[in-house]
Design a binder for this molecule. Structure first.
Ligand SMILES: Nc1ncnc2c1ncn2[C@@H]1O[C@H](COP(=O)(O)OP(=O)(O)O)[C@@H](O)[C@H]1O
Ligand SMILES: [Mg+2]
Length: 364
């Protein structure tokens, strides 16, 4: 197998400063994680692109059913109880519902709600979807938030999951308590790479969950670049989520180049938005005090050359103990909870700058 189990990658800070080594810890396949998100990759319930969002309420229903937990703009008017053609590049089908014009409902997670509440007074606020509170029906709760696609016409959308790992340290600790080889994960691994399993895993016909997750991250650019492409939907309706093996810098540049259609104005807008995000992250108290895992940057642009990037998905973003902070651009060693988010962001900026350089060459 070509994928190094202990990849070494170099961070080159902007401005040509000295490079720093980020070396991933060798997990030795011993741990077990619980990140279902990572295990869903081939599951039929995973959303991969264009879907129809159902309203939360039947149009015919007329008695009030909802219960407010926090202040929200509610109820939705009958005309707005609509079905909505929408783009969901990751997560379970059914996790999202249509809501009021320009907004959507995401399945409730206490963790995510807490993050949105804390983000209210934070430097990152301008870069996250506006949060309108929690709503509940029949015991099911949802987060009400802005639909980031609402102002676009036939948008191109890309989800990049940030960081050098996609599971929490606590998931790993829990997993170590009961590591058991699973046949389903062995099969998934074989589907992607028949040379993935070790001789022992071949003979057991089983792979543990953390081993699978760890292996999956070495297959993609999560380890090598600090982000990975989860999915892309283009203006013409075509969708791709087959980026499991997109790992090298050159492959990632190629995917980005195709996504932006070699349009320099869009590339420029994306780069400047990413730099604004980097600046906001450096000021953010929230960012300092959270392990940011499984969160994505959502890229959106359309034929009007409007291009935006947003921080989404705080389902696994976890507060650190009082007084502890993270740097987000140093080596992760188990126990330090570092996530490599800023390093991934820097690599994203470099990726887009490389695309820009190539487009420039083509135009000369
Ligand atoms: N506020 C939003 N506006 C537009 N699209 C969104 C928004 N939030 C999520 N999405 C879409 O839904 C997908 C899954 O969302 P995410 O919050 O990452 O859910 P999960 O926790 O299931 O991974 C994203 O890849 C993106 O395509
Ligand atoms: Mg997600």
């Amino acid at each position: 197998m070509d994928a190094p189990l202990v990849p070494q990658v170099t961070i080159t800070p902007e401005g040509g400063g000295s490079s720093r080594e980020m070396q991933q810890k060798d997990w030795d396949g011993a741990a077990e994680g619980t990140s279902e998100d990572d295990l869903l990759s081939d599951n039929e319930s995973k959303s991969r692109g264009i879907i129809t969002l159902e309203p939360l309420v039947d149009a015919g229903e007329n008695k009030p059913w909802w219960k407010l937990k926090t202040i929200v703009q509610w109820p939705f008017s009958a005309t707005q109880r609509r079905r909505l053609s929408w783009v969901q590049l990751a997560g379970h089908k059914g996790n999202f519902k249509a809501a009021d014009e320009g907004s959507i409902l995401k399945k409730f997670s206490e963790n995510e709600v807490r993050c949105f509440e804390k983000l209210a007074g934070d430097a990152l606020l301008p870069f996250v979807p506006a949060y309108h509170g929690v709503v509940e029906k029949d015991g099911e709760s949802f987060l009400h938030m802005t639909d980031l696609l609402a102002n676009f016409d036939l948008p191109n959308v890309m989800d990049c999951k940030m960081g050098v790992r996609t599971y929490l340290e606590e998931e790993l600790v829990r997993a170590r308590e009961r590591p058991k080889p699973r046949e389903d994960l062995y099969k998934k691994m074989m589907e992607v790479d028949s040379e993935g399993p070790t001789p022992q895993e071949h003979s057991l016909q089983g792979v543990t969950k953390p081993r699978y997750m760890q292996w999956r991250e070495t297959m993609s650019s999560t380890h090598t670049l600090g982000f990975r492409i989860e999915g892309i939907k283009k203006f013409d309706g075509t969708c791709r989520t087959d980026f499991k093996k997109t790992r090298s810098k050159q492959d990632v540049i190629q995917v980005f180049s195709d996504f932006v259609g070699e349009n320099r104005s869009i590339i420029k807008s994306y780069v400047s938005r990413l730099k604004e995000i980097r600046e906001a992250l450096s000021l953010s108290e929230f960012f300092k005090r959270h392990e940011v895992i499984g969160s994505s940057l959502l890229f959106i642009h359309d034929h009007t050359d409007m291009a935006q990037v947003w921080l989404i998905d705080f389902g696994k973003t976890t507060p650190l103990p009082e007084g502890q902070t993270l740097k987000h651009d140093v080596l992760w060693q188990e126990g330090n909870r570092e996530d490599g988010y800023l390093w991934g962001l820097q690599n994203l900026i470099h990726t887009l700058e490389s695309v820009s350089g190539e487009v420039e060459k083509l135009e000369q």
